[in-house]
Write a protein that binds this ligand. Sequence first.
Ligand code: KDG
Length: 316
Amino acid sequence: MMGPMRRDARFDLVALGEPLLEFNQTRAGEAQYLQGFGGDTSNCIIAASRLGASTAYVTRLGDDAFGRAFLALWQRESVDSSGVRTDPDAPTGIYFVTHGDGGHEFSYLRAGSAASRMSPGDLPLDVIRNAKVLHVSGISQAISASACDSVFAAIDAARAAGAAISYDSNLRLKLWPLARARAVIVATLPLADWFMPSLEEAALLSGASETDAILDWCHESGAALVALKIGAAGVWVSSENVREHISGHRVDAIDATGAGDCFDGAFVARIVAGDDALSAARYANAAAALATTGYGAVDPLPRHADVAAFLEASAK
Ligand code: KDG
C-alpha cells in the first residue's frame, strides 16, 4: 500500500485492471527489448495523472520485483495505490511487443497472474466509491471470470456512489473468443457513460464495416457517447446530438502501443475538468498522437504543457 489516500476529495478517475511489465522490441526482427510498463488501464491512469487529474488504480500485483516496480512507478506518477492488493501466490503479468509490417503485436505471459485473481469479495470499495469516474476495459474483463465479475461489481458500486463509467472495449482475441467478448461488452455498454473502442475492434464487435453503421450499432447496444478511435486518422465522436470526425495529427510515429489508452485518460481528465465531449476528444486526440512519438506505452505519455503547445502549434 503506497501513496496518500485522499479522504478529503474524490478522485477524478479510478481505473481497475491489469498492469503488465513491458518488453518492447527495439528493432523489428532483432532480439533486443526495452523494459517499460504497460497494461491498458494502468497506461490510462498514468496518462490522466500526467494531464492533471487526481487518480487511483485498483489491481492485484505479485509479491515480486515487477510488482514492486509498478508500485514505485505509480508513486512517481502520483497515482494512489491504496486500492492495490499484493498476492503472495501469483506473479505480476508481463508482455512482449514485437514490431513488423502489420504494426505492433503483443505476446502475453499473464495466465494465472495476480490481477487475474481479482474477485468481487476483495475489491477496495472505499477507493471505488470515491471516484468521480471509474475506468474499466474489455481486457480487465477478459483475463478471468472472477476479474470479469469484479469489473461488474466495481461498476455497480461506482454508479451507486454517483460516479460516471468510462469503458474501452480493448478487444484482445488472444484473451477471449469474439462471441464471448461481444456478449460481455454488449452487457457493459448500457452501464457506460463513455465508450471508446478502436475502429478495428468496433467493426469486429458490430459485424459492420461503415463508420456510420458501426456507430449506430454502438448506440443501439446502449452506448450513450462513443469516441471511435481511428488511429492516425483521428477519432469520431457520436452521441444523440453529435456525430463529428476530428482529424488525426501528423507526427513521426515510432510506436502506437498505449496511444488508445492515452486517449481514454486524456478524454476523461478533460471531461472532469469541465470540457464538453468534443473539446475533450480534440485534446485527447492530440495527446494520443504525442504518445506515439516514443517507444513503449508509458514513457511517451505527454504532460499538459506538451499537449497545449502541440495544439497551439497545430492551430497555426
Ligand atoms: O493498449 C496497450 C495495451 O494493450 C498494452 O499495454 C498491453 O494491456 C495490455 C494488453 O493486455 O494488451
